[in-house]
Design a protein around this ligand. Structure first.
Ligand code: 6PG
Length: 258
């Protein structure tokens, strides 16, 4: 039985529906951006992929409280598809956030996974993270201000899938990762980088995720089968924004004060 790490347990916020998840997440991102810019002059944000954050990005595009000229945008993972492919995480963020805001391209650090040579793409992305954050290449991962994540019904997060080698990566910040269920490969940040973040925000909505949310947050420790159990921030905070449908199987959930 693997020892259960003694990090601070995540704060789970049960919200009414996907729209309230997006609204609360937008307010949280804006507050984190203001704090980071005030304290460090810039906001280092890693975007999540998949469909759940789409609504958040649309709200962020209309969010007045963020100085986007101080934001450095990264991605938590990317699929090896063309940029205009419906599965492209960059493509989704471009349509919902980057294009509406007309963000400065030099602040948008995407993962070029459409190239196919994913091991090289992963190394180059680490170099880009080092260049922008000032972290020493090969040294401890940079401390991003906020990492946005989702989870899959199979318990994966970013592109850290069950029973894959990427789960045990403790040095690299970014790797090429197998996705056995989809017989494909992707590029993903590692838990080594996630755990260094100042804050992690996990967004989950929909009844299809309810069993997984309950297992991940309240089930026995089994991180190979449920990688999302490893979502921790050693010296930061972890919040889960979960809508009522996705939280329906949780024994206890704190309702976020209005
Ligand atoms: C990805 C994501 C992945 C995602 C979950 C949930 O690129 O697929 O990073 O981890 O967050 O698969 O996806 P949905 O939001 O589409 O359910």
């Amino acid at each position: 039985m693997q020892p259960v790490p003694v990090h601070a347990s995540p704060s789970v916020h049960r919200l009414h529906d996907a729209d309230e998840v997006a609204r609360s997440a937008a307010a949280t991102v804006a507050a984190a951006a203001r704090e980071a810019v005030a304290e460090r002059g810039a906001f280092m944000l890693a975007l999540a992929g998949g469909d759940t954050p789409r609504r958040l990005y649309e709200k962020l595009a209309a969010e007045p409280g963020i100085d986007w000229s101080r934001v450095e945008l990264f991605w938590g993972d990317e699929r090896s598809v063309p940029l205009d492919h419906p599965e492209s995480n960059f493509g989704m963020a471009r349509a919902t956030l980057l294009a509406p805001l007309g963000l400065e391209p030099s602040r948008v650090h995407r993962i070029e996974a459409e190239r196919g040579d994913l091991a090289a793409v992963a190394s180059e992305y680490e170099a880009e993270l080092a260049r922008v954050t000032g972290a020493r290449p090969g040294g401890p991962p940079p401390r991003l201000d906020l990492v946005l994540l989702g989870i899959g019904a199979d318990g994966h997060t970013a592109s850290l899938f069950p029973y894959t080698a990427a789960l045990s990566e403790s040095q690299r910040w970014v790797v090429a990762a197998d996705v056995p269920r989809l017989s494909t490969r992707r590029v993903t940040i590692t838990f080594a980088l996630i755990e260094r973040a100042r804050a992690v925000l996990v967004l989950v909505s929909g009844a299809s995720k309810a069993a997984t949310v309950a297992e991940v947050l309240e089930g026995p420790w089994d991180p190979e089968r449920l990688p999302a159990q490893r979502i921790r921030a050693r010296a930061g905070r972890v919040d889960w924004f979960v809508d009522a449908a996705a939280a329906s199987r949780l024994r206890a959930a704190e309702r976020r004060p209005k």
